[in-house]
Structure formats: C-alpha cells, structure tokens
Design a protein around this ligand. Structure first.
Ligand code: ADP
Length: 426
C-alpha cells in the first residue's frame, strides 16, 4: 500500500494524455505510476502521484462520469490528498462534454464548490489569455482542431465553451491577476466564490504563470487542467525537482518502433528514420485485409535478423491521400481497427518472439492497442524525450514478466528525429 506517500491522484481522459501529465509531475520531482484503467487491487509500489488513464474523452457523458468516479474512489482509497482531472491541452470536448460534466461530478463527490480549469501548456505552445485558448500563434478555433473528426473546437473562448457544459457558473482569473502572483490569485478566487462562481478558467501564457498559480491551489481538493498546471503543484507537498524521480531500471534488449499515427509530425519522423538508413517496413492496410496473420508473421521474419544491428521501424503511417483511398475501400472505422489490431500483434510479436525490450509506439489509439496486447497494467514514468513524451517502464507477460521500456508518443508530439533520438536518450 502507498497510503503514506500518495499526494496527487490524477484521472486522465485519454491514454497518451495521461503519460503527458505523468511526465510533467516527474519533471517537478514526483515519483509517478500510471495505471491502465482503474486497478482492481491496491497500488503495490511507492509513488508520490498516480495517474489513472481512462479512455473517456468521447464516451457518452454518463459513462465518462461513472468511470471517473470509480477512478476517484480508488485514488481516495490509496490516500490521495489532492485530485487532478486531466484533459487535452486543446480542451477537446463536444458540446455535451465531457470536461464540464466530469468536473461537476468530481466536485459533487468531493463536496467542493470551486475548482479551476485551464488547458495551458506553454512548453507545447498552448496558452490562455483573457480566457481565449491559443495553439501556437492562432486561436484554437483557427487551428487544425477546427476540423477534428470527433471533437471539433470552433470557439476559442473557454469560459463560453465550459459554461455550455455545466450548470455551475463559470468565471475567469485573467492574466492581470495571475501576473501579480499567488496572493492575488487567492484573493480573486475568494471573490469569485462569493459571486457564486464554481469553475474559473485561468489565464497562463508562460511556465512562470503556472508556477505563480501553483501555491494558490494548495488546499484545493480538485484541480482540472491540461498537463501544464502540474509543474506548479509538487512544491506544495515539499517535493523539489530532482533527477532521482525519473530513474528507471537499466535498459536492455533490442529496439523497435511501431507507428500507426498519421499526423504531420509522425509522417516527418518516419521519413527521417528512413533517410537515416535504418530498416523500415510499411504496412499496407489492404494487404492486412487480405492476409491478416500471415502479414504479421512476415513482418516478424523480416525484423528478426535486422534487430541485432539496431532499431527497426514498422509503420502504417501515411499521408491524407493514401488514407482516404484506404478508407474509401474499407471504411474509416474498419481500416483504423484493422491497422490497430495488426500493429498491436506485431508489437507483441517483436517483444515475445524477437527479444525487443525497448519499444517506441506512435499514435494515441495505436498505443492503447499495443499496451493492451502487451498485457501492461501499470507504467513507471521516466525521463522526458520531448515535451509530453517520457520513457516508461512496465512489466509485460509478453516479456516473460520481466521489464520492458516503452514510450507512447501522441501523434503531434516530438521532433523530426524522435525515432532515433529516443533510443539514444535511454
Ligand atoms: P494519432 O495520435 O496521430 O491520432 P492514433 O493512433 O490515435 O494516432 O490514430 C491513428 C488511426 O489511424 C488509428 O486508428 C490507426 O489504426 C489508423 N491508421 C493508421 N494507418 C492507417 C492507414 N494507412 N490507413 C488508414 N488508417 C490508418
């Protein structure tokens, strides 16, 4: 049991987002464990923070609430002193939720009448000013998120967006207050509460703003945010940044990359890996539809002799035109599920049959499928490779229950040389 050490209990609404939050807590000095879903048993290792990774972002609100409350109950049973509800730094949600409904349900369960909401993550160019969210140099509503297939974000005013999702009154702690520091933020919170505000969007355009916000959140039972706010919380518990929090067991075994992300960043990373002369094998979804398991066996036979000389890449990553052609033939959901299933089988085979013990996975959904196929229940979070992407360590039945180093890269994260750089960082 970790009752004596657990400080922050986190609930993340998606999988690579959970790793992103864990990464920021580790960088601020906390020992962090990420669980895949709500564990059935008590935590069996010492940690300052636990991140429960859910896949609740686009579920019907009632289901997202039920899962989040189950996570809360488990975290409370482990002794968590503060709860952190983590969502995307682009505030990904539909008109119906789930950020508002889940935040409200957690407030009710915790018996608290006030919390904050801010997706600011300046290290990845997500900033909030006057309640408006910017992605790089443009408003959220003018960014690529405008046309997201599941959660299109067409309004950058977060006070308005959140107010449409909750019965509680939404207010703003604007930058003029944040710039004055923690005492001014605390005063502003008191006056917002007196006005009956239940949730306040907080401006932050820099890490300095987030570090000023941190002390003002010290006694708050619930914080809701992207991953950025996490950099200012560990100090409230007397935890200071140190290199020891991110120490993982020594890396061993062979190295591979499995990529199912089709983002612009991942396309560039695949091209860079190929240009660097490393072996790479493309997966054609139409061939998977025809050959299935035989295609998996072929890839493993190709990889086995090459792995001895360094990392190999297996990828379905393609550009928009190629994806459209495949989706036209197979259907979008069917193509996605087919590719995920086979990439997960390949990841499992690389570990179980080929001796890979250092695995990079690119893509949020792809990561979920691979971690499931590897039977991973829990990840220990190590050092950052790029903002939002740390190395992790897990036990997996596919690796004879011995250790496996994993990194789960969400689509748009990472520099162009990520697939080669990652192994050098271990
Ligand atoms: P990201 O983090 O970039 O969004 P995901 O893994 O979450 O990446 O999503 C990518 C989706 O696209 C997955 O469902 C994956 O199976 C699917 N996919 C990958 N390659 C192809 C392809 N060549 N054609 C069609 N769908 C693909």
């Amino acid at each position: 049991m970790v009752k004596s050490t657990l400080k922050i209990g986190c609930i993340a609404d998606d999988f690579t987002g959970a790793t992103d939050l864990a990464n920021n807590l580790v960088r601020a000095g906390m020992r962090v464990v990420q669980t895949i879903g709500v564990p059935a048993a008590p935590l069996d290792t010492e940690a300052d923070a636990v991140v429960v990774a859910l896949k609740s972002r686009t579920l019907p609100a009632a289901e997202a609430i039920a899962q989040s409350l189950a996570a809360l109950a488990w975290l409370q049973a482990q002794g968590a002193q503060q709860i952190y509800f983590k969502y995307c730094s682009t505030f990904d949600s539909t008109a119906a939720g789930n950020i508002g409904p889940v935040a409200e349900a957690l407030m009710d369960a915790l018996g608290t009448d006030f919390t904050i909401a801010t997706p600011a993550f300046p290290d990845n160019q997500r900033t909030v000013f006057k309640g408006y969210l910017f992605v790089g140099d443009v408003l959220l509503s003018e960014s690529g998120m405008r046309d997201h297939p599941l959660t299109p974000m067409r309004d950058a005013n977060l006070v308005r967006v959140l107010q449409a999702q909750t019965r509680r009154k939404v207010g703003l702690i604007d930058h003029a207050v944040v710039a004055q520091g923690a005492a001014a933020i605390t005063d502003r919170i008191a006056s917002l509460r007196a006005e009956g505000v239940g949730l306040a969007v907080v401006d932050a355009v820099s890490n300095a703003d987030l570090l000023r916000l941190g002390p003002a959140l010290k006694a708050m039972p619930l914080v809701t945010a992207g991953s950025g706010v996490a950099i200012g919380l560990p100090a409230n518990f007397g935890v200071a940044a140190s290199d020891t929090a991110s120490v993982l067991p020594a890396a061993q075994g062979l190295q591979a990359v499995v990529s199912g992300s089709c983002s612009l960043a991942t396309n560039r990373q695949v091209q860079h890996f190929i240009a660097s002369g490393r072996p790479a094998r493309a997966i054609d979804p139409l061939q998977l539809a025809a050959y299935g398991d035989k295609a998996v066996a072929d890839v493993l036979a190709w990889a086995r002799p090459l792995l001895r000389d360094g990392p190999v890449l297996v990828y379905s990553t393609a550009d928009a035109g190629a994806i459209q052609a495949v989706q036209g033939r197979l259907g979008a959901a069917e193509a996605g599920a087919l590719v995920e299933h086979h990439l997960a089988a390949i990841a499992r085979g690389l570990v179980a049959e080929c001796g890979v013990r250092q695995l990079v996975v690119a893509g949020g959904e792809t990561s979920g499928a691979c971690v499931q196929a590897l039977g991973v229940a829990q990840l220990k979070i190590g050092a950052q490779i790029d903002p939002g992407v740390p190395w992790c360590w897990a036990q997996s039945p596919a690796a004879d229950n011995a250790g496996l180093h994993l990194t789960l890269k969400s689509g748009n994260f990472g520099t162009h040389d990520f697939f080669t750089k990652a192994f050098a960082r271990l």
